[in-house]
Design a protein around this ligand. Structure first.
Ligand code: NAD
Ligand code: PRE
Length: 340
C-alpha cells in the first residue's frame, strides 16, 4: 500500500505463499540486500534467524518484532552478531489468532511501536526502523529493553494470563451457563484464544516480572473473596465492610481503566455507541460500513454481537459523540434499524 517491495520468507513455505496471495509481498527472493529485514518469528528463534540473515547479507538493517526484548537482545550479543545494524522492536498490536490469514492491513495504525536501541545501534539503523513505524502508521516509543519487558509484564503479559484464567473457568461449565455469554465475558476472554506455544515462549523470557504482577493480582483476589464473603454475612456491620471492599476494588478498576490512552497515544476519548440491528446475510456489514462512510462519520471501534440461534446480530459502532445524531438519522433514512 505504501509502494515498497516486500520479499517474504518463512520456514513454512505455505505460510509465505498464503501471505503472498493476500497481497503482503512476493515470495521471489530479492536480488541484492534489501533496506530492512523484519524478523517476525517466535522470540526464542530471533537470535538464530538474525544470525542466518546476517550471514546471508540479506539487508542493510535488521529489526525483529518479538514481544520480549531483553532475552533476544542478550542472545544476539552472546552470538556476537552485528548489533550496529540491528535494532529490537515491538509493535503493541496483534491478534489472538496466528498465521497469515489473521493478518490485517491496518493492524498497526495509531498503535505504539517500541524501539529498543542500545549503545551499539547506528543512527541510520534507528532511522530505518522509524521509517518502518511511520509507514505502518504507528507511534514510535524508544525504550530500554529491560524497562520494556517490565512494562509489557503489566500491560500485556499478565492481562493475557488473567484472560486465560477467566476463560479456563468455562472449560467444564454447564452448557446452559455458557449459552448466556454476553459481551462482558467476550471482552474479557478474547485473547484467551491466543496460541499457547507462542505464549510459553514469550512468558519464558519474562517470567519473573509477570509473576510479580500476578502475585499482586492474587493478593487483590484474596481480599476480594474476603469482601464477598462478608457481603453475604448475617451481621450488618460485616456486610457494610464487604460492600466497602468491593466498592474500593471497583473504583480502583475505574481509575486504572481510565488511564489507558486512546488511539495515537491521545488521552482516553469517550466515544458513544450507535447500535444497529443487522440481518445475517452476506455483505450486510460491508453495506453498513459503506453507508457510515457516506455519512462522513469515522468508526473508532466496532463490536459485533451475535445472538445464539437467531438470524440477526447487533453491531455497535463507536463514534465521536458529535456524530451520533447525524449517523442515526442517516442510517434510519437508509432503512437500517438503529436501537435507541
Ligand atoms: N501475534 C501477536 O499478537 C504479536 C504481536 C506483536 C508481536 N508479536 C511477535 O511476533 C512474532 C511472531 O508472532 P506471530 O503471532 O506472527 O506468529 P506466527 O506463528 O503467526 O508467525 C511466526 C512465523 O514464523 C515462522 N518461522 C518459525 N521459525 C522460522 C525460521 N527459523 N525461519 C523463518 N520463519 C520461521 C513460522 O513458520 C510462522 O509462519 C513473535 O516474536 C511474537 O512475539 C506477535
Ligand atoms: O490484541 C491482541 O490480540 C494481541 O495480541 C495484543 C498484544 C497486547 O497485549 O497488546 C499481545 C501481545 C503482543 O506482543 C502485542 C500485542
Amino acid at each position: 500500500a505504501r509502494g515498497l517491495t516486500v520479499h517474504l520468507e518463512d520456514a513454512d513455505p505455505d505460510a509465505a505463499r498464503t501471505a503472498e496471495s493476500l497481497g503482503a509481498g512476493t515470495t521471489e527472493p530479492a536480488e541484492g540486500p534489501v533496506d530492512l529485514a523484519i524478523i517476525a518469528v517466535p522470540p526464542a528463534l530471533v537470535g538464530k534467524v538474525l544470525a542466518d540473515c546476517q550471514r546471508r547479507n540479506l539487508a542493510h538493517w535488521y529489526t525483529d518484532v518479538a514481544s520480549v526484548k531483553s532475552g533476544p537482545g542478550s542472545e544476539i550479543a552472546a552470538l556476537g552478531l552485528d548489533t550496529v545494524h540491528y535494532i529490537g522492536s515491538h509493535p503493541m498490536a496483534g491478534r489472538e489468532r496466528s498465521g497469515p490469514l489473521a493478518a490485517r492491513a491496518d493492524l498497526f495504525e495509531g498503535r505504539p511501536w517500541v524501539l529498543t536501541p542500545t549503545a551499539d545501534t547506528d543512527t541510520d539503523t534507528l532511522n530505518a526502523a522509524l521509517e518502518l513505524v511511520a509507514l505502518c502508521g504507528a507511534m514510535p516509543i524508544v525504550m530500554d529493553a529491560d524497562a520494556h519487558d517490565r512494562a509489557v509484564a503489566l500491560v500485556s503479559h499478565a492481562p493475557q494470563l488473567v484472560s486465560s484464567l477467566v476463560a479456563a473457568r468455562l472449560e467444564n461449565a454447564d452448557e446452559t451457563a455458557i449459552r448466556l455469554s454476553g459481551q462482558g465475558v467476550r471482552d474479557v476472554t478474547r485473547i484467551a484464544a491466543s496460541n499457547p506455544a507462542l505464549w510459553v515462549d514469550i512468558l519464558s523470557a519474562n517470567a519473573g516480572a509477570v509473576a510479580d504482577v500476578l502475585e499482586e493480582v492474587a493478593g487483590d483476589l484474596g481480599e476480594t473473596v474476603v469482601a464477598l464473603r462478608a457481603l453475604a454475612a448475617e451481621e450488618e456491620g460485616e456486610r457494610r465492610a464487604g460492600a466497602l471492599g468491593i466498592e474500593a476494588v471497583m473504583r480502583r478498576g475505574n481509575t486504572g481503566q481510565a488511564r489507558i490512552p486512546g488511539k495515537h497515544g491521545a488521552p482516553p476519548t469517550r466515544y458513544e455507541t450507535v447500535a444497529v440491528v443487522l440481518g445475517d446475510q452476506p455483505g450486510e456489514l460491508g453495506r453498513l460500513f459503506g453507508e457510515v462512510g457516506e455519512a462522513g462519520v469515522n468508526i473508532e471501534d466496532v463490536l459485533i454481537e451475535h445472538s445464539d440461534g437467531q438470524q440477526v446480530g447487533f453491531v455497535q459502532l463507536s463514534v465521536a459523540p458529535t456524530s451520533v445524531k447525524r449517523l442515526t438519522a442517516a442510517l434510519r433514512a437508509g432503512g437500517w434499524s438503529v436501537r435507541d
